[in-house]
Design a protein around this ligand. Structure first.
Ligand code: HEM
Length: 190
């Protein structure tokens, strides 16, 4: 094993962290466009209903996943960034990751409150008989809707930045930062 491989091996994210990361990435990258699409005027009613059902229920799944992810991150801290990375880049990565975590939490919570305060169903939770602590209120629903809307714009911007940075590391710099989250062969396991 070359010294280079050894460094990457020890600095890779665990398998669990990678599975959570890529599942959430897929789900979020579908939830955002579905969210913007389903509120457009002129959609066929059946299509709009299907998009809403997908969005609400996958959104609740994302709430569960982000709770697991935050707990896991505290239990198993991420590998440190390489020493040779410029300080400004490490700072920018740290800030964007905090923004991502905050928005990944705020978005499903605001969506959930918007729907429940508005008196609408969330099919899977209703089928499982899981009640809601949110009381019916048009005022609360409206506030949550506004938070959800601006949160969506902010999340779209931070996700775009995140993908740009990942692609830059993976395709242009090829400095091993992308493979920390991607390649199973670099993993320290677990
Ligand atoms: C990470 C999770 C989520 C993301 C990224 C997300 C994203 C979005 C986006 C981009 C929109 C379109 C912008 C807008 O018009 O507000 C939207 C709308 C909406 N979302 Fe979500 N959402 C998430 C979770 C949820 C959850 C958990 C629910 C409910 C259970 C939900 C319910 C709604 C509703 C009802 C709308 C339409 C807002 C309205 O005009 O009333 N979302 N979402």
């Amino acid at each position: 094993m070359s010294p280079q491989t050894t460094i990457q091996h020890h600095s890779a994210y665990s398998r669990t962290a990678r599975v959570i990361h890529w599942s959430m990435a897929l789900l979020i990258l579908s939830t955002i466009p579905v969210g913007f699409l389903m509120v457009q005027e002129g959609l066929a009613r059946s299509l709009q209903n299907a998009l809403f059902i997908y969005h609400k229920n996958v959104g609740v799944l994302l709430l569960v996943l982000i709770a697991v992810r935050i707990a896991y991150r505290f239990a198993v801290p991420p590998p440190p960034l390489p020493d040779q990375m410029p300080a400004w880049q490490a700072k920018a990565a740290g800030l964007s990751h905090i923004a991502l975590y905050a928005l990944m939490l705020i978005m499903p919570v605001a969506g959930y409150i918007r729907v429940k305060a508005g008196g609408f169903p969330i099919e899977t939770l209703d089928a499982l008989g899981i009640g809601s602590p949110v009381t019916r209120s048009d005022e609360i629903a409206e506030i949550a809707k506004t938070v959800h809307y601006y949160g969506a714009l902010a999340l779209t911007a931070v996700v775009a930045l995140h993908i740009f940075a990942a692609a830059h590391h993976g395709l242009i710099r090829r400095d091993g930062i992308f493979s920390r989250m991607w390649s199973p062969k670099d993993s320290a396991g677990g």
